[in-house]
Structures are given as structure tokens and as C-alpha cells.
Ligand binder design. Structure first.
Ligand code: CA
Length: 228
């Protein structure tokens, strides 16, 4: 699945190369030459992941990572630090700052892609093409197919994304606001009851398979997918 990946890198040749490789891997790269530019892009829309150069002119990569982690809105964005240093001490500092992973330059496109995939799998499983199977439901992002107890389930694109997110974050309660941010994007103005409408549609689509009860309403809080 295509992820929007923000590349913060001041060396034009490296930035270009990374952006090219990301596109080849099916992602959508956003580019910033420095941390200040990155903050403006992030304020505009949340990326799915940030590739962050350690050594930047002005605000450093470490400082930017710290700021992203300190802000409630940007706290959960996965970050991979890029650096020319291979010093173990630096690596520790990077991870302490809240980076999810750390990659030393020079790296191959293959290594970069593998790291991105691993971090997304861990931090944003709804971004990957991994098959999800829970409580009799099977969702395959690659073919965009859902089956319930072996029977095909016909879902619209929004219900599909909603179910994918809920299944990859099962047993947790998500507020309507959280679901709006995740499924519709955090800068899209949609009323909270829109979530209820799509949850209703999702349950209706699941009804023939008798698996609609997996999508639970948590009164006063939001929704939860529970297979237990
Ligand atoms: Ca640099």
C-alpha cells in the first residue's frame, strides 16, 4: 500500500535518490530541505512516516524528532533517522529521542525499503499489504477482498479502510475523532457522525456472515473491533 513519506534531507542528490526510490516502491514522497520546511509540511498534513536526516542546517534532525514526539498531533508518526555516523552512542541518542529506527548512510534502496516496511508493519500495520485474519474475518489489502467465514463481503472503499484499521488495531477503543484522523485524514473536515454512518454500513455488509458483532460500540467512547 502506498504511504506518504516525508523525506527531510539537505543534500539534494541524496534527497532526489531517496524520493526516486520511494516512488519506485510505490510510495508518495514529500520533500523538505530542512526541519523548518518539514514542520510546515507536517502542519499541512500528517505523513505516514518521516525519513529524517540527522545533520541538517538550522534545527537538527534530532531536535525535529523531539518536537514531533512532544506534540500530541504528531506523536505517533513513525520516524526513521538517516545518518552518516555509525557511532553506537549516536544510535542510542537517536532511539531515545523517539526514532523508531535508524539507518546509516550509505544504504541501498533495498535496505531502506525493508526498514520502511518493518517500521510500518510495527507502527502502522494498516499501511501494509499484509493479510489480516481475525475472528472468522479475512481481509486482504493486496486484492482488496474481504471474506467472513469463507463468504465474500462486499465493502465500499471507506468501509474497507475502516475495517482494515479496526482489525489491525483490534481490542482497542477508538474515538470518532481518532477514526476520522486515521481514515479520512486529520485535516479533512468531516462531521463525527459520518463515522457512525460508515460503521453502520460496515455492520450491514457483515450481517450475512453473522460477524457484524465483531464491530462493537463502546458507549460514550467510540468503536472497537473485538474477536475475543
Ligand atoms: Ca545532512
Amino acid at each position: 500500500m502506498a504511504a506518504t513519506i516525508l523525506v527531510v534531507e539537505d543534500e539534494p542528490a541524496i534527497q532526489e535518490l531517496i524520493a526516486y526510490n520511494l516512488k519506485q516502491a510505490g510510495h508518495q514522497p514529500l520533500r523538505a530541505d530542512n526541519a523548518e520546511q518539514a514542520l510546515i509540511l507536517v502542519a499541512n498534513a500528517l505523513p505516514d512516516l518521516v525519513l529524517l536526516d540527522w545533520m541538517l542546517p538550522g534545527l537538527s534532525g534530532i531536535e525535529l524528532a523531539r518536537r514531533l514526539r512532544a506534540d500530541k498531533r504528531t506523536r505517533a508518526i513513525p520516524i526513521i533517522m538517516l545518518t552518516a555516523r555509525s557511532d553506537e552512542q549516536d544510535k542510542l541518542q537517536g532511539l531515545e529521542t523517539g526514532a523508531d529506527d535508524y539507518i546509516t548512510k550509505p544504504f541501498s534502496p533495498r535496505e531502506l525499503n525493508a526498514r520502511i516496511k518493518a517500521v510500518l508493519r510495527r507502527r502502522a500495520p494498516e499501511m501494509t499489504d499484509d493479510m489480516v485474519q481475525l475472528g472468522g474475518l479475512k481481509l486482504d489489502p493486496a486484492s482488496h477482498r474481504v471474506t467472513g467465514n469463507g463468504e465474500p463481503v462486499d465493502l465500499g472503499p471507506t468501509e474497507f479502510r475502516l475495517l482494515h484499521f479496526l482489525m489491525t488495531h483490534a481490542e482497542r477503543v477508538h474515538s470518532r475523532t481518532q477514526l476520522l484522523d486515521q481514515i479520512w485524514g486529520d485535516h479533512v473536515f468531516v462531521e463525527e457522525r459520518t463515522v457512525d454512518v460508515h460503521i453502520r454500513r460496515l455492520r450491514k455488509a457483515l450481517e450475512p456472515t453473522e460477524l457484524d458483532a465483531l464491530v462493537q460500540t463502546v458507549r460514550g467512547t467510540g468503536y472497537r473491533f473485538s474477536a475475543s
